[in-house]
Design a protein. Structure first.
Length: 415
């Protein structure tokens, strides 16, 4: 087990820094290789992923205020100490049997029995073989600690991701490592209205520190790992890392209606642009984390805001509690795209959940035309959620779907 963990950490760590090349352009505005870096930070919710990424009007768990700040208007007491969530992409490809009767995961486990560079190069080659044309992912790891009470919320979160990119032919495979550190502060309030209506308002401000590596090519990775004793220290010489900060604001409104109906509107990532700097080596970031000074190359990373809406229905019952949710995300972007069914499906998320006996959740949904399944166990202070789903990484629904498996473990309390 120790060898497996060390091998994974070495592979991920190497991915965090790519060899700097002349003419390197790290700005997504002029280099589409880094398009994924413009996506605003939002914790991946295993519950919502199992529901087709729907649930804007009915978020759950202690970090729900980052999904819809209006949830703070409910004034709930919630505590997460902490939560940990892992997402692996390509799970079907990992488990599929080849002509020799062995799966990719079997080959990787066999190769991890040796600590030689050749074995690690073989593992890396197998993983890089999964990369297809365009943008994609290999993994996400999320964690955080949060507390909400009486309409106030505070949380500290961290995320790391391994992105992939390949050219049209899928031959030039690259890895890009991304890391986020986030501190969030939120406030919400409920306004009681006549006829059993109420309006929840919430706002969250986030300090987001983002770092990402230069794209690292397949040939460079294999060249560094080949040999009987690869020098990992040497790999870190000349590392190019982009790091910077933003101070975005999210605002949400929930209209709560009789018979368990809820309607939500969220303006997300206002003032979301990052003030970035290009560093050489992690020592440069330690000495100058904000990228000040004339000797640092700076740029602005544009991260667009979005307007999302959702409607949900929930019915509380002693034996079971059904939830149905429909979301339309990024109305601004949708009106900038060609009118048609594919455009509409790209922005449509639909999902359902049923809670049985107050501790078992079963979920299903459809996001961007892809189906998803999920389940959850709520054992008071311990909560476990899982989801298997497909996510669109292309421009419109149906371009490039990638499957993922997410599992979340949460220690906490909510009431």
């Amino acid at each position: 087990m120790k060898k497996i963990i060390v091998s994974i950490l070495l592979f991920v760590t190497v991915a965090c820094g790519a060899f700097s090349a002349d003419g390197f352009d790290p700005n997504p505005a002029t280099n589409h290789v880094y398009d994924a870096m413009t996506e605003p930070y939002m914790p991946m919710s295993a519950r919502m992923l199992g529901m087709g990424s729907a649930g804007l009007a009915s978020p759950s768990r202690s970090d729900a205020f980052l999904i819809n700040p209006a949830v703070l208007g409910e004034g709930k007491l919630e505590l997460a100490l902490p939560y940990l969530q892992l997402t692996l992409y390509h799970p079907y490809d990992f488990l599929a049997k080849g002509e020799d009767g062995k799966s990719l995961i079997d080959n990787i486990i066999d190769g991890m029995g040796s600590e030689s560079g050749d074995s690690m190069a073989g593992i890396a080659s197998d993983l890089l073989g999964l990369i297809k044309a365009g943008n994609g992912k290999l993994m996400d790891l999320d964690t955080g600690v949060s507390f909400t009470a009486g309409g106030l919320a505070f949380g500290v979160f961290a995320n790391t991701s391994l992105h992939t990119y390949a050219d049209v032919g899928g031959l030039d495979a690259n890895l890009i490592a991304e890391a986020n550190a986030v501190a969030a502060l939120g406030f919400g309030h409920r306004f009681e209205l006549p006829l059993d209506f109420s309006l929840d308002f919430g706002a969250v401000v986030r300090f987001n520190y983002l770092g990402y590596s230069e794209a690292m090519g397949k040939d460079w990775i294999l060249d560094q790992l080949n040999g009987s004793d690869p020098d990992f220290t040497q790999m870190f010489s000349g590392i190019s890392i982009m790091a910077g900060w933003s101070l975005p604001v999210d605002v949400g409104l929930n209209l709560n209606m009789p018979y368990g109906l809820h309607f939500a509107v969220v303006a997300r990532n206002l003032n979301g642009d990052f003030h970035m700097a290009q560093h050489t080596g992690y020592e440069s970031i330690q000495d100058n984390p904000l990228g000040n000074g004339d000797d640092v190359e700076r740029f602005t990373l544009r991260s667009d805001w979005s307007l999302d809406t959702g409607i949900a229905w929930q019915w509380d019952n002693a034996l079971f509690r059904p939830t149905v949710a429909v979301d339309i995300v990024d109305w601004v972007g949708m009106f900038q795209e060609p009118v048609g069914l594919r455009t509409f499906l790209t922005h449509l998320n639909v999902g359902a959940e049923i809670r049985l006996l107050s501790f078992l959740d079963l979920r299903a949904g459809m996001s961007q035309g892809y189906f998803s399944l999920g389940a959850g166990l709520d054992l008071w202070a311990v909560k476990i959620d899982m989801a298997y789903y497909w996510k669109e990484f292309g421009e419109t629904a149906g371009d490039y779907g990638l499957d993922g498996f997410t599992i979340r473990f949460n220690i906490g309390f909510d009431k």
